[in-house]
Design a protein around this ligand. Structure first.
Ligand code: SF4
Ligand code: SF4
Length: 139
């Protein structure tokens, strides 16, 4: 991934006005309470034994979609993005705190969720949509 491309991608995302920063980060952080049934180091997903589901972080810009809203300056991401590994680091995993990760990374589950956790995930989406609408109205 060329540096120029990385810069362009993150600079194209929408940075939320200050008054939404805490709210957006709170919503993202709350996904910590969802049990995704990830068993991390014992993961039996064969397609990449090291990076596992973070395998293509670098080619997908940390899974930040073109129209994603972010709570911090693009510089924050550009500075941390590695051309070979994206935001993933050997022995550490993801270097982004949950509140700064993309929606896709926060909602990813490789296994079926039970009803209770499915509901929590739906709530997460609902809150995200709502804040996206609020931000759009402000622009
Ligand atoms: S989310 Fe699934 S694929 Fe990713 S590390 Fe956990 S168990 Fe493995
Ligand atoms: S969780 Fe972090 S390292 Fe993994 S794909 Fe997402 S941004 Fe990359």
């Amino acid at each position: 991934m060329a540096k120029k491309e990385v810069k362009e991608h993150f600079e194209g995302l929408t940075v939320v006005p200050k008054k939404f920063v805490k709210k957006l980060e709170r919503i993202k952080k709350a996904t910590k309470k969802i049990n995704f049934r990830c068993n991390g180091s014992n993961c039996d997903d064969a397609w990449d034994t090291k990076k596992r589901c973070c395998k293509e972080c670098e080619s997908h810009f940390g899974y930040f979609g073109k129209f994603e809203i972010i709570s911090t300056s693009p510089k924050y991401y550009i500075k941390r993005f590695d051309e070979k590994d994206g935001f993933w680091r050997s022995g550490i995993g993801c270097i982004l705190p949950r509140k700064k990760r993309s929606y896709i990374c926060l909602k990813y589950c490789c296994r079926d969720l039970d009803k209770k956790n499915e509901r929590k995930l739906c709530k997460f989406f609902y809150k995200l949509r709502k804040i996206e609408d609020e931000v759009k109205e402000c622009q």
